[in-house]
Design a protein around this ligand. Sequence first.
Ligand SMILES: [Zn+2]
Length: 283
Amino acid sequence: MLVVTLLGTGSPIPDPYRAGPATLIQGGKENYLVDAGRGVLMRLAAVGGSINTISAVLLTHLHSDHITDLNDIITSSWLLNRPGDQTQTKPLHVVGPPGTRKVITGIISSLSLDISYRMAHHDVLTGPPEINIIEIEDGAVNLGGQVRIRVAATDHRPVEPTIGFRFDYEKEAVVVAGDTVPCPGLDELCKGADALVHTAMRKDIIGNLPNQPMARDILSYHSSVEEASQTAARAEMDTLILTHYIPTFPPDGGDDWMKIAAQHFSGNIELGNDLHRVEIHRP
Ligand SMILES: [Zn+2]
């Protein structure tokens, strides 16, 4: 069984009810965090997790809203995973597209004063944060776990490269797409998988906002609800899980999103609030 938890379902705009994009994928004892949007560690704490319990952080792309809290993850992992601590999982594994190393190097640089303060004050801190960075555009990611992870290119141009992840564990497989339009790389990743976690945009709403030229710009590189649903349908998947709602809907909303998705995908459709949990079983 694989378990999907939508830790953050929000858009880039701060929302009182929704954290930024982040999804937890659990298989056996392994926990993978896909993207690190605003508030991710708070949401992880809400489901009883912490950065100590995360096997690896996986980034679909390097847009700011998907990596907002990477600095929190790096610092928390450094301070909470001390040598001798039974729960230590150091170094922190971060997998992402080329450019990930540049982003992390910049974050470490911005934290350099904090790192020096803490190292001077705590003898147990003998070095800066240790991070194992894996940059990949497609192929298998080998982290030595039981969950098999595969990467393929997605299409979020002019943001490139961008990637999606497939997790295989026991009989089940789940694909997590970041921001992308429908593309062959994502279709390939979805073949034979059970569930697709896909970001989605209501282009009918965003495209009609008055005096919002930047809003109109983003139509071209996101999947609409219709397009995300059609991607799941093409691969004959059982379950579609929508997230990263642009624009967000109220906590008791989403029926209209569900109706649109159901016109294009006949399987199980899941959407909802932060911490929405979906168990993926293959009969
Ligand atoms: Zn993006």
